[in-house]
Design a protein around this ligand. Sequence first.
Ligand code: NAD
Length: 342
Amino acid sequence: MRYRVVLIPGDGTGPEITEATVRVLEATGVKFEWMEYLVGETALKQKGTPLPDEVIEAIRQTKVALKGPITTPIASGFRSVNVALRKALNLYANIRPAKYMPGVKSRFPETDIVVIRENTEDLYSGVEYFMNPETAISLKIITREASERIVRFAFEYAQKEGRKKVTAVHKANILKYSDGLFLEVARYVAQQYPDIAFEDRIVDNMCMQLVQKPELYDVLVLPNLYGDIISDLCAGLVGGLGVAPSGNIGDDGALFEAVHGSAPKYTGKNKVNPTALILTGAMMLKYLGEAEAALTVERAVRKVIAEGKFVTYDLKPNRDDPTAVGTSQMADAIVKVIKAGI
Ligand code: NAD
């Protein structure tokens, strides 16, 4: 059996971490047919558009994609390709696990949280305008349908993964209509999962609690904007962007990408940490039904990081450590562990 997967190397350091990830995934013995597509700056230069229609069409067919980061110019040029892809493919759930790994610098080694972020609406609906030259308006759109879909997804995920509690995060005390609706729906859905504990937290209190006692939290479910912010906070709890994987899931397919961006200053330098995309690849393996291979990749990554020898600069106690290895050498070490059998 060979899995057909759309592969988007992306911009900046994307091609380097994608190459590293492909090698690690193939080392598990799982067979892939990679269908490579250009998206982002490179696609804009070569094809005149950052997101060619053929890419969306290809993902609709394969139903699964692995993507490197895409550079989004600030306040000019094209809108985010990432947001466009999630919308076009209706990838409504963004899953971002934040689990501590020995060997990664973190003040919160007890952390094991999964953030589930609604991906299609809220302030990311793209409905914004200038009422007059001095006043800009962005609309926060929350629907019952999308709220119910994401909260149900969170409970189903918790059930499947043997997790104990779902916490809904909101600001319903102030945003009584939009976040009020999200909370009302969350409470309604929670009643249908009596085996999973449920609670809610106001988003500002949630931020404080996460940096005081992250061990109290398990699965968080949030509307889009809070999800974006809190998931980075949770990534920070366990060592930052270099180790943070993510998956965007819909009913008809999924797109897997690291949380971090294209780190353009390191392009072509064989410098950045491939861990986030490799763990993202492990999430993809699990989604494809290759749970054993996914576990093998996770264990190999953990082993290499815990040993601390063949790791990139950001995983060394001192970032100028001359013994830090490059992207490709860290991938080599992970491949070696997988091939040796763990
Ligand atoms: P970034 O994540 O690229 O970089 C932030 C910091 O983290 C930098 O210091 C960078 O060097 C470091 N870093 C990032 N990834 C790393 C890794 N794997 N290993 C070690 N260090 C790493 O964020 P940014 O600088 O805000 O964004 C750069 C570009 O990426 C922007 O155009 C942004 O829009 C885009 N972006 C894309 C995605 C995506 O495609 N999913 C996500 C976030 C940002």
